[in-house]
Structure formats: C-alpha cells, structure tokens
Design a protein around this ligand. Structure first.
Ligand SMILES: [Zn+2]
Length: 127
C-alpha cells in the first residue's frame, strides 16, 4: 500500500526532527497534499494511525490540507486554479500543460510537547 510507506516516511522524518528539538512527544502534524499527487487522504490517515504506534507520534493528530491545482495559461499569461482535471483555462479554453502546484506533498509543520510536559509549551516547527 502506497500510503502506508508514505506514512512510515512521515513518522520517521517528524520523529527525527522532534528528537533533534528534545521533544517528548509530537501532538500534531500538518501535511499539504496536492490534488494531483495521487495520495488518498483517508488511506494516508489510516496508515498513519498504524505506523505512529510506539513512536513519539503515538498521540499525534494528522491534519491534511489539500493543495489546489494551479496551472499557467499561455494564452492569457496568467495563473489559474483548476476545479476539474481537464487542464484547460476556464477563461480562455486553451490547454494548460504547465502545472505550477498541486503535484507534490510536504510536511508543513508539526507541534511538539517538550520534556516539561505542559500543554502550553508547544513549539511550532516549520520545515
Ligand atoms: Zn487563460
């Protein structure tokens, strides 16, 4: 399962970064997933809940933000967000082969709890 290996990578990457910050636990992880990257959010959520067991992320919440598909319209020289996967500018009707965003996946941020364990001492880390 594709999403399971992605979840494994996310957990190990965030755990390594959290350890580098002397974190006792990770409370949440926020991901941006492009609509075109082929990852099914529900399957990723499911995989995450399996692989987080026994890690610093055992109690962590996974927040998934879907990233829209943005393309370049060569006819009107503008960027446009697509609502369907037809890859044509909704304004000019021309093909828009150049995809500017929506293909990738990245860890936007995660929240850690430090060794003092107080809930108000969370730190936000941006990668
Ligand atoms: Zn256009």
């Amino acid at each position: 399962m594709h999403e399971l290996s992605i979840a494994t990578n996310i957990v190990s990457e965030v755990e390594a970064a959290a350890r580098a910050h002397n974190a006792a636990a990770v409370s949440s992880v926020t991901l941006a997933i492009g609509r075109l990257c082929g990852v099914v959010p529900g399957a990723l959520q499911f995989g995450f809940e399996i692989v987080r067991e026994g890690s610093l992320l055992a109690q962590a919440e996974l927040v998934i933000e879907e990233e829209p598909v943005v393309v370049w319209c060569p006819e009107g020289n503008h960027t446009v967000e697509l609502s369907d996967m037809a890859f044509r500018c909704p304004e000019h009707g021309c093909p828009t082969p150049e995809i500017l965003s929506g293909k990738g996946m990245e860890i936007l941020r995660f929240e850690i709890s430090n060794f003092a364990g107080t809930s108000d001492m969370k730190e936000e880390v941006t990668q």
